[in-house]
Design a protein around this ligand. Structure first.
Ligand code: UGA
Length: 441
């Protein structure tokens, strides 16, 4: 099938590449000329394992095209995906200006039936707004054309985006048209072959499903972080508790890892946006508010542990920081806990020697050159001359450190672990002080 995808950000590019890979003819449109020119030459604007090869391969085979010409994109297909950003505006609600701008462009240029598919995470009622906006433009153009707006939220995770997209657990399609349902089934058939993953529902419920999923996952994390704070004060080891409760299949092991807070471009934004939508209709979403406030406090956790170890006197100290991205396998530092930590350390007069396997360029872009930040080429180099080590992201390469080297290099022989990577007893037996999250010590 012919498909057009507006927006070559994370969601758009991954979706486009995966659709092309199963044989669809995909045309990607973006207003960013540099990005589009780069993509044509195989320069991928984001770090995502496997994406570069997939894009190059399908581009070479002629199934994945890139253009800044919206007309080319609109003419290319009946199916028009909108996968542009919905950043929070000042009050936390999702800003729809990019989504509406793309919808408007399609309405200005379309000459036949279009099925517009919202992939972006958008508040309930957006499809109605998109449709009304487009119909207004078609009316001005005096065109009577068939137009359908579908909600088809994306559930991919950064770092495992290709796999999530290739092997989805479910494909949510919000539409009330049988004809559109049939087209969407045909589009996703290669991903739904072994057993039916496609769930058809009404448009508003589909839009809401995306928020409900992300908010529930964020709730699980904040709940565990709250439990870890209690554990810390009650002499309980949250890691033993995690295993104990995860074994209950009604609870499950996923997304119950305590840590130094959730980050990224989705959870913080989506929890806030749903909270905002609730208050707009006069409902106070108490759980969402609590989820957000627990997370806000949790991002300070590592700094609190550091302050406690040093009796609030860290001016002049140097900390090795391992991990800057908001989670492993990405270079994304949006809402990352590392940023809260770094800024608190700097405010208190400490210096940072940081290493991240992928996010070094991003850190450089965000913080530029400053005396109290040195970006180091390896995790070992980050330890040279440091007083203590702080682990913020659970990259695989941090899981088995050379403890002897830690002992030798760290002047104050202390490790602050924001992701509970190590066994406290083992680390302490080696002669290092160890602060985990909720380890009852
Ligand atoms: C999240 C959802 O997991 C995806 O299903 C969704 O499609 C995506 O948002 C989106 O809306 O686009 P993502 O933000 O890429 O995906 O990352 P996650 O793997 O969900 O991690 C989010 C944060 O939660 C990270 O900072 C991670 O460290 C933290 N986390 C995760 C925990 O602290 N504990 C856990 O047990 C799990």
């Amino acid at each position: 099938m012919n498909v057009t995808v507006f927006g070559v950000g994370y969601v758009g590019l991954v979706q486009a590449a995966v659709l092309a890979d199963v044989g669809h003819n995909v045309c990607c449109v973006d207003v960013d000329e540099a990005k589009i020119e780069g993509l044509k030459k195989g320069v991928i604007p984001i770090f995502e394992p496997g994406l570069s090869d997939l894009v190059l391969n399908n581009h070479e085979r002629g199934r994945l095209a890139f253009t800044t010409d919206a007309k080319e994109g609109v003419d290319h297909a009946e199916l028009q995906f909108i996968a542009v950003g919905t950043p929070p505006d000042e009050d936390g609600s999702a800003d729809l200006k990019y989504v509406l701008a793309v919808a408007g462009r399609i309405a200005e240029l379309m000459e036949d039936t279009k099925i517009v598919i919202d992939k972006s995470t958008v508040p309930v009622g957006t499809a109605d707004k998109v449709r009304a906006h487009m119909l207004g433009i078609l009316e001005e153009r005096k065109k009577e054309l068939d137009l359908y707006v579908v909600s088809n939220p994306e559930f991919l995770k950064e770092g495992s985006a290709l796999d999530d997209c290739m092997r989805p657990e479910r494909i949510i399609v919000g539409t009330d048209s049988d004809a559109v349902e049939a087209k969407m089934r045909e589009l996703y058939e290669p991903f739904s072959r072994n057993h039916d993953k496609i769930m058809i529902m009404d448009v508003r419920s589909a839009e809401f499903t995306k928020y409900a999923a992300n908010c529930l996952l964020a709730t699980k994390i904040s709940f565990m972080n709250e439990m870890s704070n209690l554990a810390e004060r009650m002499g309980v080891d949250i890691e033993q508790v995690r295993r104990g409760i995860g074994s209950d299949s009604r609870i499950g092991y996923k997304f119950i890892y305590p840590g130094c807070g959730y980050g990224g471009s989705c959870f913080p934004k989506d929890v806030q946006a749903l909270e905002r939508s609730a208050s707009e209709i006069g409902y106070e979403a108490k759980i969402l508010r609590a989820v957000e406030s627990v997370n806000y406090a949790q991002k300070e956790k590592l700094f609190e542990h550091i302050q406690s170890f040093y009796n609030c006197d860290i001016a002049g100290k140097t900390f090795a920081v391992w991990g800057l991205s908001f989670k492993p396998n990405t270079d994304d530092m949006r809402e990352a806990s590392s940023r809260v930590l770094l800024e608190s350390l700097w405010k208190a007069g400490a210096r940072v020697q940081a290493y991240d396997p992928e996010a070094m360029e991003e850190a450089q872009r965000i913080y530029g050159t400053r005396d109290d930040l040195t970006l180091m080429g390896t995790k070992e180099a980050a330890l040279h001359g440091a007083d203590g080590l702080v682990i913020v992201t659970e990259w695989k390469s941090f899981r088995v450190p050379d403890f002897e080297q830690l002992l030798k290099e760290l002047k104050d022989r202390v490790v602050f672990d924001g992701r509970n990577l190590y066994d406290p007893e083992r680390v302490e037996a080696l002669g290092l002080a160890y602060y985990g999250i909720g380890r009852g010590r």
